[in-house]
Design a protein around this ligand. Structure first.
Ligand code: GLY
Length: 394
């Protein structure tokens, strides 16, 4: 008798365990994540002073850290609110998105940053696309012209930073701003936007990328000769390492530039970068990269949820432009990242994590700044990935 009961007990345990291993259907996961995100972001809106933006939390105290609109990340909170409004149709979210977007208006005249794509396109651009708010158009166009002022004819690139000792620094992150300029080209018909975007892409392909399709973080150019002075890292582990978020930025940028120009070489570049990343021996099995692919303390190195979220979003977009087998491969990897980011380890519950959605991102590790904290862009690209999956299947 005892052995019979033992048998049933073990069988029940095995059955329970295997039931727990059954994956949540993706549409259900997406709905759960976006619904919960909407509530968390409403709480965030209530918690952040009306004239500021959320930025991160203090790693020691967990207290919310905010920023003004001049910070490069100011567009991500309104952009996320726009996506969540798009998903839910909830007018309260639309109102919040409009209020936060309006704060960024003055940045249209900011010529001191290359991040206007993140700041203006992800806020005003999303509002125009999602809610059709026509008064956003001139702000977007002015901002795009401000960004254009940073282009140097001799170098062939948009200047990234004004600080530091470099002559003309260009970081790979800058590929993310070209989508904005390509929109401005379609909007205004001014071919300078197209020419600058293509020139910047060509130079990045030529000078930022190594033979294995990993990217340097920063290339400094001589403005007299247009030649490269130096290649190095700022936020990565070493000059020759592959800083994870930089890899994701560059990859996403080439996918976007392919979408907007249909130049097959940009698609090829994006595929090569994706294959470098997905087959990298230091890519963790769960798909969320270490902060640098060459971090010396792997497997104990910090993960960067933001690098994972940006990669997932780019992979979903890329899956639309490749053959069926590759499409399946890229989508499967994106789904893996999304499932990992949706798991307890990364995904915060309501009331936790300063109302941010994701935990465990890395901003600038060599500076010991924003290490293992939530970041608005990790949330933004996580939400974008979920929205892209919905659109892919609709
Ligand atoms: N563009 C700055 C960063 O990725 O940290």
């Amino acid at each position: 008798m005892i052995s019979k009961y033992l048998y049933y007990f073990i069988a029940t345990l095995v059955l329970t365990a295997s039931c727990n291993n059954i994956q949540q259907p993706l549409p259900e996961l997406i709905d759960e994540q976006l619904t919960m995100a909407s509530e968390q972001y409403k709480e965030m809106h209530a918690a952040v002073p009306a004239d500021l933006m959320p930025r991160s939390t203090d790693p020691e105290t967990g207290e919310l850290i905010t920023s003004g609109t001049g910070w490069w990340c100011s567009g991500f909170f309104p952009g996320s609110l726009w996506y969540l409004y798009e998903y839910t149709g909830d007018d309260e979210l639309k109102q919040m998105a409009m209020e936060r977007t309006a704060l960024i208006e003055k940045e249209q005249y900011n010529t001191g940053t290359h991040d206007l794509g993140f700041m203006i396109n992800d806020s005003y651009g999303q509002g125009l696309r999602i809610a059709g708010i026509q008064s956003y158009r001139p702000v977007l166009v002015n901002g795009a012209y401000s960004l254009l002022t940073r282009f140097n004819e001799v170098v062939g690139c948009i200047r990234s930073w004004d600080h530091g000792d470099w002559e003309f620094p260009v970081i790979v992150d800058n590929m993310m701003n070209l989508e904005y300029l390509m929109w401005a080209f379609r909007e205004t018909g001014d071919s300078s936007f197209y020419d600058v975007s293509v020139s910047h892409t060509e130079k990045t392909m030529e000078n930022h990328y190594r033979d294995d399709f990993s990217s340097y973080h920063l290339v400094d150019y001589d403005t007299i000769s247009g030649e490269v002075i130096t290649r190095q890292t700022v936020q990565g582990f070493a000059d020759e390492s592959a800083w994870a978020r930089g890899q994701s930025w560059g990859f996403y940028g080439f996918v976007t530039m392919y979408r907007d120009t249909k130049d097959e070489r940009y698609l090829e570049q994006a595929v090569n970068i994706a294959d470098f990343l997905l087959s990298h021996p230091n890519m963790p099995d769960d798909g969320v990269p270490y902060w640098d692919f060459n971090a010396p303390d792997i497997p104990d190195a910090r993960r960067d949820a933001s690098a994972g979220a940006i990669l997932a979003s780019g992979l979903i977009e890329l899956s639309r432009y490749v053959d069926a087998a590759d499409s399946e491969k890229y989508l499967a990897f994106a789904e893996k990242i999304i499932r990992t980011l949706s798991s307890e380890k990364y995904r915060a519950q309501p009331g936790e994590n300063g109302n941010f959605l994701l935990k465990h991102s890395v901003g600038h590790l060599p500076n010991n700044s924003e290490v293992d904290v939530p970041l608005t862009y990790a949330d933004y690209f996580f939400i974008e990935s979920l929205m892209r999956l919905i659109k892919l299947n609709s």
